[in-house]
Design a protein around this ligand. Structure first.
Ligand code: PRP
Length: 184
C-alpha cells in the first residue's frame, strides 16, 4: 500500500497503485506474448492517454513487435464523450496484412474504439484486437469489447498513468479517483 503522503491533493483515493499497475501490465504482457508467439504485431497507441501504459506494455511483451500511434480527440476539455471522433494524426504505417493491437488507456462509451476499429478494418489488416488498461462497461454506448483489459472500474472520474483531467495529472505514477470538487 502506498503512503498517503505520496498522493496528489486533488486525488481522493487510489484506484490502482504503482505496484498494482505493474502486476496488471505484466499479466497483459504475458497474455499478449503467448497469443502472438511467432507473430510480429503492430501496436497502435491512441494518444495521448495511452502513452505511459503503452510504454510499459510493450516492455512487458516478449515478442518482436513494432509501434505506431494515432492522435484522436473526443472529449475536448470536459469529462464526457460527445461521440464525435476527430483524427488529428493518422497511422504512419501501412497496416494491410498486419496483426494490429490497438492500445487504449480507457474504454468508456466505446465511441472512439468503435470508430477506430472500423477505420482500421477498411485498411485490411490480418487481424485487429484491442487492449485497454481500464474498462468502464457501465458507460458503454457503442457495441465494442476489449480483447484484453487490465481492470474494470465503476463510472467515476479517474486520472494518472496517462489519464488526464483538462490535460493535468497524466504524470501521476498511479491511477487515482479525482475529488469531485475539482471537476464540478
Ligand atoms: C479518452 C481515452 C479514449 C477515449 C475513450 O481519450 O484515451 O481514447 O477517451 O472514451 P470513449 O470510449 O467514450 O470513446 P480523450 O479523448 O480523453 O483524449 P486523451 O487520450 O488525449 O486523454
Amino acid at each position: 500500500m502506498q503512503e498517503d503522503m505520496d498522493m496528489h491533493p486533488d486525488v481522493e483515493r487510489y484506484i490502482a497503485t504503482e505496484d498494482e499497475l505493474k502486476g496488471i501490465v505484466a499479466r497483459l504482457g504475458r497474455q499478449i506474448s503467448a497469443d502472438y508467439k511467432g507473430k510480429k504485431p503492430l501496436f497502435v497507441g491512441v494518444l495521448r492517454g495511452c502513452f505511459i501504459f503503452m510504454a510499459d506494455l510493450v516492455r512487458a511483451c516478449d515478442i518482436d513487435c513494432t509501434v505506431d500511434f494515432m492522435v484522436v480527440s473526443s472529449y475536448g476539455q470536459g469529462t464526457t464523450s460527445t461521440g464525435a471522433v476527430k483524427i488529428i494524426k493518422d497511422l504512419t504505417e501501412n497496416i494491410e496484412g498486419r496483426d494490429v493491437i490497438i492500445v487504449e488507456d480507457i474504454l468508456d462509451s466505446g465511441n472512439t474504439l468503435s470508430y477506430l476499429k472500423n477505420y482500421m478494418m477498411a485498411r485490411k489488416p490480418a487481424s485487429i484486437r484491442i487492449v485497454t488498461l481500464l474498462d468502464k462497461p457501465e458507460r458503454r454506448v457503442a457495441p465494442i469489447k476489449a480483447d484484453y483489459a487490465g481492470f474494470t472500474i465503476p463510472d467515476a472520474f479517474v486520472v494518472g498513468y496517462g489519464l488526464d483531467y483538462s490535460e493535468k495529472y497524466r504524470n501521476l505514477p498511479y491511477i487515482g479517483l479525482l475529488k469531485p470538487e475539482i471537476y464540478s
